[in-house]
Structures are given as structure tokens and as C-alpha cells.
Design a protein around this ligand. Sequence first.
Ligand SMILES: Nc1ncnc2c1ncn2[C@@H]1O[C@H](COP(=O)(O)OP(=O)(O)O)[C@@H](O)[C@H]1O
Ligand SMILES: [Mg+2]
Length: 335
Amino acid sequence: MNEHCAACQNTFVPQFAFQVAVVAGARHYFCKLECRRQGLGDASFGRQRRARRIAVLNQKGGTGKTTTAINLAAGLAERGYETLLLDLDAQGNVGISLGVRGEFTIYHLLTGAETAPGHTATPDDVLVPLRGNLDVITSDATLAAGEVYLARLDDARDRVLTDRMAQLRGRYQFVVLDCGPSLSLLNQNALCYADEVMIPVSCDYLALVGVKQVMKTIKDIDRHLNHTVRIAGVVPTFYDGRTRLGREAFETLQGYFKERLYEPIRRSTRLAEAPSHRQTIFEYAPESAGAEDYRRLVDRFIASAQVERATPATPPPIPPEASAVQTAEMTTRIA
Ligand SMILES: Nc1ncnc2c1ncn2[C@@H]1O[C@H](COP(=O)(O)OP(=O)(O)O)[C@@H](O)[C@H]1O
Ligand SMILES: [Mg+2]
């Protein structure tokens, strides 16, 4: 299982106890003794810890991915966490829904385009401070060309996002990725970069097929790239408890995902209206059912993050294969 060195950013497989350190309940990895000394000796180390990266993903369109990504990110920012919301879908719905249009987009960052003569795009060139603790990297139709760019690369074509984002290390506590509905290289990049995925599933039958596809994708990525992606949760969306279809879909999801299933997000007109007002649900209708449901989702997500960070003070011995240490009940390695 690959980890990133907290000092030099190298990717490596931890094999020795000195390569793991737990600081303020968070686990950090160092590839060399020198990196460990340098990293832990740095007074700002605690603040430099790695962001928790979550991809909101389902290969099916219209399952509430963008709505969930926006309101999860907004909810985290509202609670005081430095949060970055990154749009990886060429439809560009994050920027459209929040009324923000960056001069440069994720396309420029991914392809290493010039944002000034002789200057290759950096994360700072493309991110837009939105409000409070929330920054956004937008996307638009040019991202389709980003997919072509990735396809032409000879190797490491699924790690481009991870490499380009490395400069942001320590800036954010959470990075939320809104993914497009496909099996694209862009989504493979998202899964390579992310620690975990949140899967919104609309409460109808076809969505379940989509979930199975997502599970397969993650499993493939896990196997081919030696990268563990955890399921943070499956979120039932467009839930209508008054219809039999809604209730049955929810029960099926419950049977399938058990404790990984979040409370449902109800179908709500306010949620559908918020984007046309360029607002999050917390801004547009803070008292609505939609705001209530997403607040609950954010609380649960934060709580799961805290469970995970509350790892033992002494790291357990690393098994021979040095597989990821799975701590919280919610962080199930996908079998
Ligand atoms: N719980 C909900 N109730 C009502 N409308 C919703 C809900 N969630 C999302 N929508 C609306 O449904 C449409 C599709 O949602 P969206 O989040 O864009 O899905 P995706 O990103 O998966 O394609 C959007 O118009 C959105 O505003
Ligand atoms: Mg979307």
C-alpha cells in the first residue's frame, strides 16, 4: 500500500516502524529517517498535515453528486474547516451552481497549460476563494480536452492530478472532488488522489446497478494501482418515503451497505432551486428539509473523520505486506 512521505512527497510503501508517526492523533508517513527528522522537527508540522480527500462519485448521471459535493464542502467550511471543492466534471456544474467562474480551470492545472508567458499553471493560479473557508477549482467543457491529454501520456496518466495538487499540501483540511458520471481517466485520477469515496445513489432501481459498477471500478483501481480507496459512505438521494419505490430502494441499499449507508437526503424542491440562486442549501434555505439532511450528512462525515484520526498513540506493527492500517469501522477496505 503506497503512502506519501510527509516531508518530501515521495510515494513509497512503509515497511519499518520509524516510517510511521502519530501526531495529534493523525498518522504521518516518512520514507527516510532524514525526512522523519526534518518533518517532525518542523514547528508547523501539525498544521501541515495532509488534507482528507473525498471523491463524490457514481458512474450514473443525476444521482445528486454535484449537490452532495457542494453541500458537503460548504458544510465543512461553515464549521470552520479549510475546504477546497474541486470540479472534475466537464459540465462545470459546481461553478454554475455557485455563481463562480475562474479565469483558469482544472483543465489548465491538469495539462500544465501556461497561465502567463513561460509560467505553467499551479494550483494557486486556478483556485478561486469563494467565501469563508471555502475555495473552489472550477471546470468547463475544455476539460474534455484534458481527458484527451491524459490519454496521450505514456505512463502515470492516472497520477497527474495527485502530482499537480502536491503543492497545496497543508493548505486544506478537506478536499472534496465532484466527479463526472463516467469511467474516464479523469475519474481514475480522482480515485488515485482520493482517500475515500462518497457514493450518492438515487432511490430507484437503476441506481443500484451504478453502485455495483462503482464498486468494481474501485476494486480495479485498488488492484492495479496499489492504492486503497475507502468507502466513506453511500448516500441515498431523492428519497421519498411516501412512495413504495422509495422505501424499497432504501431498504435494498440498507441490506447492501449496512453501516456504510448514510441517512437519506429527501427529495426537496429547495435543493433543486438553490443552484439557480447560485447558493448552497445552507444559504438559500437554511431551515429546509434539504439543509437539515445535508447538515446531518456533514456531521456524520466529520464524526467519521474524527474516529479515524483518533488512532492509538503508538502505531501498531506494520504487517509484512505493509497494507494500510484500517482503523475506523467506516473505513472498510473494499474486498
Ligand atoms: N434531494 C434532491 N431533491 C430534489 N432535487 C435534487 C436533489 N438532489 C439534487 N437535485 C437536483 O437534481 C439534479 C441532478 O442533481 P446533481 O447533483 O446535479 O446530480 P449529478 O451531479 O449526479 O448529475 C439537479 O438539478 C439538482 O439540483
Ligand atoms: Mg454533477
